[in-house]
Design a binder for this molecule. Sequence first.
Ligand code: PEP
Ligand code: MG
Length: 556
Amino acid sequence: MTETTTFTIQGTGVVPGYAYAPVIWATARPTLPSGGAPVPEDRREDEVARFNAAAGAVADRLAARASAATGVAAEVLGATASLARDRGWARAVAKLVKGGTSAEVATVGATEQFVETFQKMGGLMAERATDLRDIRDRVVAELSGQPEPGIPHSETAAVLLAEDLAPADTAGLDPATIVALVTRLGGPTSHTAIIARQLGIPCIVAAAGLDRIEEGTAVLVDGTRGLVEIGIDPAVAEERVTEDAARREAIRVWSGPAQTKDGVHVQVLANVQDGASARKSAETQAEGIGLFRTELSFLSAQTEPSIEEQADLYAEVFGAFPGGKVVVRTLDAGSDKPVPFANHQKEENPALGVRGMRLDRTNEGLLARQLDALAEGARRAQVDKPWVMAPMVSTVDEARLFSALARERGISPGIMVEVPAVAILADAFMAEVDFFSIGTNDLTQYTLAADRMSSPLATLTDPWQPAVLRLIAMTAAAGERAGKPVGVCGEAAADPLLACVLLGLGVTSLSMAPTAIPAVGVQLATVTLEQCRAAAQEVLATSTSLEAKERAAELL
Ligand code: PEP
Ligand code: MG
């Protein structure tokens, strides 16, 4: 018998909960060819056909998985299947094969050409590089008889470990057998985290040293603290999982409304991106919309939609919650979400460049036209005084300008708090507007000077960083002094434990992906407002994100 080694691996917990099971490793990526003898001219047509057959087989498999899946999973698999059928990509491969390279080498070469173009475009387009390389690997595996990369089938419960997971891998996961996800790379907003949140399984990303864990080893995953424990007493592990099962069942049956144990109501709202997601959110426990990311409706628009077209969209979103709260955000084009008609300049450092409210400096009239359309959309949906906020505000002058443009149109103005400068001067900003909404994703990125898309920096882009919590506290305090609402609409609001801390810091509403609401609701019901306030004060006194999380977990 081998002695069990006991050790712990620390990562960034992104979906809370416990799971205990043996691990399986996602199948490694295939070995990619780099050269080889040229293909004789008379065999090149066959070589193109061989590529087409392989790409077709991969696309068919993904499409079959898409039709067996539902929701986001089906969308992701469907989108990946269509990438495998992309004509432009197939033409690029055929061109290389006709020049004499093998189908495998041509697949790699053509993919890199596309990846380069996407990466030059930056932001969300650059993220598609992961999808393209995933397709490349599947096709190369098919061509060269290597196992298809991805998740091995498991009949029994297993914790899935991987370097990183491609969207197509995570989309087909079965939560009946895969009970937790742990990746060595990835960040709090990575695909892995999003899908794990949707499936409701514990998830840890950026777990350094993960490769020390061998296939089949039983591990306890603690998604709250970001810990993977190896060699733990099985009885202790099972006990924690059993306790957690009760919490998960409570989440499954939770029907709202959100309130603390002592009956204090907490406004929970949805983050949406278009009319369809707004209507869908109205079927959940969301009491309204706390963030409508308008730019996500226009990611591929080459020309600016007319005021009429925009008004239709806004009226549709307002219509999802008749008489309810709907907070619209003006275009946050730029950086990770470039919009072709709005962002024209190539920037060296787009996260620090012309994005959000700053577009008003380069695209004259764009903001005013959007506000005209919003006022028209609100009129059509019979909303008296719509709430509209500007993203990426960093000076009081910008807040004043936005406020004036909105008020002229009968709109109630607010701003997002995403730049530390706003939290530091919160009272001066609050004097200009009616409300704040804290965007913790960007506030964390700008406070820690760490790219929110970077997986090696996942421990920095964690909203539990005490410096971020202090800025949130300063912002909420300014709201309290002015008697104006301060919501949170970044990912922090979807973290059940952090949601309680935010409430304790004085935040007045929490807006999140609707699927995250029940877990937050269940956690809020276990604590009193007083407990949240006490925990918030304790957490403010910590100096590391881990310490902050542990202190909060002890107290709440
Ligand atoms: C945020 O920054 O937290 C936010 C909600 O805005 P987005 O994620 O769209 O940048
Ligand atoms: Mg933001």
